[in-house]
Ligand binder design. Structure first.
Ligand code: AMP
Ligand code: MN
Ligand code: MN
Length: 348
């Protein structure tokens, strides 16, 4: 094994949660998981970090011999195609089949209970609940909260808990955690890409996973129809150079009809914010994606001039300083106008 493949003894671990919280989590898993019902939950409309952290941890528990084990998330069990080959997906059950009275609940990448939908009631019924997360806005709704706002992804918290449980990384756990880490760092490009991120990536790659193949699958593959849809939605983008105190805002929207016309599933829009946020003349980018008649999922990104998590929280959502989101109502123009009005309040 290479030097980075193991955690050197005595090396300071990535700080964040208190030692007492790590110990409480380890004790809860050791006492409840071997014989009890264990339910793992990640956030609604799961992304790579939510699914990858949950499934990587699930595989770790399986290695510990845990047999009564389920993984789930609220809403329909639609796993976005890029994540449809993740190891551990066989553990996934629809929310209505998830243990009604689990002994242990572990929650991944969820900043607030609102992101748990109908599954929120499982937490108070369990003997213990553990929340693994990295959102600064986390409301600490678990019995035990392992929240590290300095971690680029929940999978970093997940790796540490597996380590403290003496579960070694294997190629399947590593693939899940790598997908999670690569997704939330935008392929190791975002500001949170610390030395610890690359050290963790090195440990994961040392197990034998194929980063090139994984990246192609999760970032660089989309149906032809999705490419045509992107072309149309990008073609209607508008630039507002005076927004955000002159730092500029670019925005566009995609409707359910757009998806229908190109025969695409909603997940293809998950990465559409990335070309939008390349616009040089705008610090802030906004993508408004239709969910229903009058309902829109709004993605916000900033390059550093605006704390978009503040904007998102003001609009009833949440997220990180430079990447956040909320659910909006009205027309796309009305939703964006409401965002524009908040931007000046959250200039950094
Ligand atoms: P997205 O734009 O969907 O990629 O989301 C970016 C970030 O914002 C993620 O960290 C999410 O956790 C957060 N986020 C997105 N939508 C919501 C929402 N409706 N409520 C709370 N947080 C959200
Ligand atoms: Mn997430
Ligand atoms: Mn995350």
């Amino acid at each position: 094994m290479t030097e980075v493949a193991t955690r050197a003894a005595g090396m300071p671990r990535q700080s964040g949660p208190a030692d007492a919280d790590w110990s409480a989590a380890v004790t809860a898993v050791r006492e409840l998981a071997p014989t009890g019902r264990v339910l793992l939950i990640c956030h609604v409309n799961p992304d790579g970090d939510a699914l990858g952290s949950m499934l990587g941890f699930a595989l770790g528990l399986r290695r510990l011999g845990v047999t009564r084990l389920q993984a789930t998330f609220p809403g329909g069990l639609d796993v976005p195609v890029p994540f449809a080959e993740l190891p551990g997906l066989d553990l996934l059950v629809p929310e209505d089949q998830a243990y009604e009275d689990p002994d242990l609940v572990i929650v991944f990448d969820v900043a607030a209970e609102s992101r748990l939908g109908g599954l929120v009631g499982r937490l108070p019924r369990a003997k213990a609940s553990v929340v693994l997360d990295h959102h600064a806005s986390n409301t600490r709704f678990g019995g035990i909260n392992l929240v590290d706002a300095r971690a680029a992804a929940t999978s970093m918290v997940c790796e540490e808990l597996l380590d403290r449980l003496d579960v070694p990384l294997d190629v399947e756990i590593a693939e899940c955690l790598y997908v999670a880490l690569a997704t939330d760092t935008g392929s190791f490009k975002f500001d949170m890409t610390t030395p610890q991120v690359h050290e963790m990536a090195a440990r994961l790659i040392a197990t034998g996973i194929r980063p090139g193949e994984i990246s192609r699958r999760i970032f660089d593959t989309r149906p032809f129809g999705a490419m045509k849809l992107f072309g149309e939605v990008l073609g209607r983008a508008a630039l507002d150079p005076t927004a955000a105190g002159g730092h500029g805002m670019v925005w566009t929207y995609a409707t359910l009809d757009d998806l229908d016309r190109h025969q695409q599933a909603p997940y293809v829009l998950d990465t559409l914010i990335d070309p939008v946020r390349t616009v040089a003349e705008a610090d802030v980018s906004v993508l408004v994606k239709q969910l229903g008649v009058d309902e829109w999922a709004v993605s916000l990104r900033s390059k550093g001039a605006v704390d978009v998590s503040g904007v998102a929280v003001a609009m009833g959502g949440g997220g990180h300083r430079l990447a956040a989101g909320f659910t909006g109502h009205g027309t796309p123009g009305e939703v964006v106008l409401a965002v524009r009005e908040q931007l000046d309040r959250f200039l950094i």
